[in-house]
Write a protein that binds this ligand. Structure first.
Ligand SMILES: Nc1ncnc2c1ncn2[C@@H]1O[C@H](COP(=O)(O)OP(=O)(O)OP(=O)(O)O)[C@@H](O)[C@H]1O
Ligand SMILES: CC(=O)N[C@H]1[C@@H]2OC[C@@H](O2)[C@@H](O)[C@@H]1O[C@H](C)C(=O)O
Length: 399
């Protein structure tokens, strides 16, 4: 048997696997690296986060990623080169981080790499007839495997597309296995660049579980801050938005879009929710001259409103779901306050209460997906659009 398969075979037999989950999301702030110990599979999965860090991207690297991110006019040569460069950079960050943790690459069984989404084009967002759903993550897995010497599972989203999904959100596959609880209606709410949630019903019926994007989380606030306040990357603790006033006309214009009214599950990205979206809404509502802090207050209110509307659509007003938050937006007190006051009956918690660091949650998800690819039996989510019963990812070998 060749040595790669022998090693894989040994990994499959283990009681406990050490898996590094990687995530670099739409905020482009850095690479999340979660070292997880994973036992079992499927609903019996037991996962512990042993180490976690976010390694911030250097400014120059951020600029390079941005040059190909979410742009229809991206230079194809740069896309090609960044596929390799992101892979190499992620490998270097993993090796450096392992060193800092006092661990050697030989201890790690598998890396689960999400890569960097550079374009997301579900059929609902592109208007090209006769073209399928599309999404593209770059940061090649073979580069990570060769440079680290660790078997790498990468490119998770293509199988989801191939099986009829939109390539996202994949959170459902991990959330159901890790967080579903009998007797508790749960919403796993992740507020990243895009806000999304997974609904986990109290009866744990897999055929009712789903994940959906709901709309902008931090993405438009971040883009506006970066455009209007050079040197700032985001509105820390909502400090600037807190000084502004929500403008009702702009808010109504921001909330007027087909995507926001569409049924679940659905996906989106900064391809829709961006500064063009904001300026078109400002033009329609005749609010181009608003103070910057008022624009930010309104963008924050918009994110809160899309999340609230989606959760209410899922549960109705009288319900008392448990909402477990994760993602950078949960550190924005203004946004969280708006959510709490809009859902007075809900219990707000974070995934910390479920022993998963909320900033690590998406990286952990990919560790779970890789574990399922290796040893999972398919979870049956029923015959439904958007949640195909599949295992995902491509296996990249070091030699
Ligand atoms: N203290 C804070 N105050 C306000 N906002 C914050 C704070 N900390 C983080 N954020 C927000 O969280 C963002 C990063 O969130 P996160 O890393 O979850 O996004 P992501 O994973 O890149 O996005 P996605 O999940 O859509 O791919 C920052 O860009 C910022 O907008
Ligand atoms: C195409 C893509 O990268 N989508 C991301 C993005 O970030 C949040 C939201 O949009 C979600 O749909 C998805 O990521 C998470 C991890 C998911 O697939 O569940």
């Amino acid at each position: 048997m060749n040595s790669n398969w022998k090693q894989l075979f040994e990994i499959l037999q283990k009681q406990e696997r050490l898996i590094i989950g990687l995530m670099s999301g739409t905020s482009l702030d850095g690479l999340d690296i979660a070292l997880c110990s994973v036992k079992g599979s499927g609903p019996a999965t037991k996962l512990k986060v042993l180490e976690f860090t976010t390694v911030p991207y250097a400014e120059e690297f951020k600029r390079e990623v941005k040059s190909v991110f979410s742009r229809r006019d991206a230079d194809l040569q740069m896309v090609c080169l960044m596929n390799e460069k992101i892979g190499l950079q992620h490998a270097a960050l993993i090796l450096e981080t392992l060193k800092g943790w006092g661990r050697s690459p030989s201890e790690i069984d598998v890396i689960a790499s999400h890569g960097q989404t550079i374009f997301h084009a579900p059929a609902s967002l592109h208007d090209l007839k006769d073209y399928p759903n599309g999404t593209l993550q770059i940061g090649d897995g073979d580069h990570i495997a060769v440079k680290t010497g660790i078997i790498t599972i990468a490119d998770f989203r293509q199988k989801h597309l191939a099986a009829g999904g939109e390539g996202a959100p994949l959170a459902v596959y991990g959330d159901y296995l890790l967080f579903s609880k009998a007797g508790e209606d749960r919403i796993m709410l992740n507020i990243g660049g895009i806000a999304n949630f997974t609904y986990l019903p109290a009866d744990q019926d897999a055929s009712k579980v789903f994940s959906t994007d709901v709309g902008p989380g931090n993405t438009m606030m971040d883009q506006y801050i970066q455009q209007q306040y050079p040197g700032l990357y985001y509105d820390e603790n909502g400090a600037i938005a807190s000084k502004g006033q929500v403008n009702g006309d702009l808010l109504t214009a921001l909330l007027t879009n087909e995507f926001l009214d569409a049924d679940f599950p659905k996906t989106t990205g900064p391809e829709l929710f961006n500064l063009h979206y904001l300026s078109a809404a400002q033009q329609r509502s005749d609010t181009l001259n608003l103070r910057k802090e008022d624009v930010l207050a309104t963008l924050c209110a918009c994110s809160a409103k899309v999340i609230l509307t989606a959760i209410l659509k899922c549960f109705g007003t009288g319900a008392t779901p448990y909402i477990y938050m994760s993602g950078g937006g949960m550190h924005n007190p203004l946004l969280v306050e708006l959510l709490k006051s809009g859902l007075p009956n809900a219990q707000f918690r974070t995934t910390d209460d479920l022993e998963i660091n909320p900033d690590a949650k998406e990286a952990v998800l990919f560790a779970v997906l890789a574990n399922e690819t290796l040893v999972g039996e398919k979870t049956n989510f029923g015959d439904r659009e958007g949640v195909p019963s599949i295992r995902m990812g491509k296996i990249c070998l070091p030699d």
